[in-house]
Design a protein around this ligand. Sequence first.
Ligand SMILES: Nc1ncnc2c1ncn2[C@@H]1O[C@H](COP(=O)(O)OP(=O)(O)OP(=O)(O)O)[C@@H](O)[C@H]1O
Length: 424
Amino acid sequence: MASLKVAVRVRPLNKREKQLSSKVIVHMKGNSTSIYKPSPNRGDELKEKGKTFIYDFSYDSSNRGRPTCVSQEKIFHDLGSDVLKAAFEGFNACVFAYGQTGSGKSYTMMGHADDKGLIPQICEGLFSEISHRAKVDAVSFRTEVSYLEIYNERVQDLLIKKTIPTYGGLRVREHPRDGPYVEHLSKCLVQNPNEMEDLINLGNANRTTASTGMNDASSRSHGIFTIRFTQAWFDEEVPRETLSKIHLVDLAGSERADSARTTGTRLKEGANINKSLVILGSVISALAELNVGGQSTKKKIFIPYRDSVLTWLLKDSLGGNSVTTMIATISPADVNYLETLSTLRYASRAKNIVNSPTVNEDENVKVIRELRAEVSRLRGLLEEANQVCHVEPCSSVKVEEELLQNEARVLQLTKEWTSKWGET
Ligand SMILES: Nc1ncnc2c1ncn2[C@@H]1O[C@H](COP(=O)(O)OP(=O)(O)OP(=O)(O)O)[C@@H](O)[C@H]1O
């Protein structure tokens, strides 16, 4: 069992907020974040007692001049390294950034070329750990990447040049064992950091962005960057293979039509964005209710995963088999008081979600292991039979036949598995 980890990050005042002579109403100390209601007389000090929330991390990035300002590297150090640890241990992992439009989600997840966010840093960290481990242990690695956006409830592949628009979007289906997936989504095999960087850049260029009243380059879609990371090795001649799925999610921002000053297409996008974020909120609330006060309830609670494409695709990351982190990004300004308070409450609720991550082992490898156990059981039986002379010879022959069949199957499956990895 693992509780969802929650971090909150506050960005510096932006140009618009400075033009409005906004006051900073968010203060952080240790892992607590306090927000003060702006007084109606904007010249006054913020005297009122604020509301305080405790999270796993409260990151103050509001003043880049201060030495305590939390950098992109620090965020990777705290949150990204957990993702890598989970991946190398064979667990699924997910990080998703939630917050008002223009609050710093894309900056935190993707960043800029000279100020990289979590996604590029995690990718670099992955390859540097692979090259380190490949020197020390006899392990093979395979890394595949997909990048999609959910725009107006439709799934688009971001790793295909946008020459052929898939108007209907790609279909989301559900595998009985592996859960929801996107049909025909491209999976690109990546061999080194440069190939990874090219794919990230291609996907980012394809992502739907537009200028709104709140953000010059506002993401109008939810972006899901997925790494499927497989490791294979022999453990005392027994094949082992683990698969870890890492979802890195940059959600579109919640917005008020009046502050974002949206009309027409932008307004429709905004309505779809808000709708799916409300459903995400309902899923989070329902999951949090399952674990009220740190105790899991016996109550049957319906989780509305299927009400939006976003929650359906993130089903395992929210309340399932994944080590998951939420980063809530906020503005420091009084003009955004209500949105910021709502984000802080949303994040606070998410703290109650408890996931149950398990190591994902390859099914064929599991079969090989089970067959090997059966082989040693049969060998034991035969040895016993040879020592006791009154055992019927025909039952010994049967056991021997079964043993030989199982040994041949183990050999065959191990050969197939080794040649699959040889090709990779
Ligand atoms: N911690 C930060 N330090 C410096 N600049 C930041 C920080 N966070 C955000 N910014 C800047 O604020 C602007 C808006 O940030 P960003 O685009 O990441 O917001 P967003 O939450 O992704 O918005 P949207 O939901 O509209 O896509 C960008 O110019 C970004 O560089």
